[in-house]
Design a protein around this ligand. Sequence first.
Ligand code: GLU
Length: 303
Amino acid sequence: MDSSQTAGRAGRYAPSPTGDLHIGNLRTALLAWLFARSTSRRFLMRMEDLDDRVQPESADRQLTDLESLGLDWDGEVIYQSDRRDRYNAVVEELASAGYTFECYCSRREIHAAASAPHAAPGAYPGTCRDLTASQREEKLRSGRSPAVRLRSRVAEYTVDDALHGQFTGVVDDFVLRRGDGTPAYNLAVVVDDSASGIDQVVRGDDLLTSAPRQSYLASLLGLPIPHYAHVPLVLGPHRKRLAKRDGAITMSELHMSPHALVGLLGRSLNLTDRDRATPADLLESFSLERLQRHPWVFHPRKR
Ligand code: GLU
């Protein structure tokens, strides 16, 4: 990473290149840019391309769309796929401090155990946490390659969020590295945010429940906890999370000029009443107090 990515305070946008950005992603990117620029932070761009759903050329298309909206960022784009060694080194660091264990469970087994009565909803039930040596050998013989999980010493953790206030959420023994060797999202985010000096995390509020896990992990690694702002999502016409199947929601499908689209997003955020705007225009009126805090219901086909 060059020094422009590591010096001083920074915000970021960190899309997964699994397809074209939709209007909800674009709105979150605009907000992340506004939060960073309005607080004199650098703004970094990171491609979370570790996922097996990554589509070739999607990263470039996403970057082109963000640029054409008028968003700019500092330094080179960071690609998580270039940083596997770093994630593995952190897993080793946690392992030698006794903070990991190997897990042989399949998704189905976890789901079955996690839906048992008394299990914390959505939390890993602890199946492999305390395997004996012979149990582990038996699992190994099954041929399954183990995931590495965090041996969490807390059940929950509290974070401070600019829009949600204090939020306490579950911290289970979450996955750090999947069985196929892929570093897990929660690990990569924490490692990368701190490596690039990111102290402001603005993202969709569907990720609010990940923040306690990430913050706890950062605390274990002795890393600073960023300021969080989990922003409302864009909902489709049925008030469900906007999805590709709602149609006509990516930049190329919207057939709007960048200024008209930024104007529309700005109005949805209560930052302007103009039809056309640039991110720089919205920056002038941007404030946390003014920001629309409810999800925005978008009707693609009526446009
Ligand atoms: N890559 C994630 C997404 O596209 C965002 C991760 C984050 O901002 O921490 O939903």
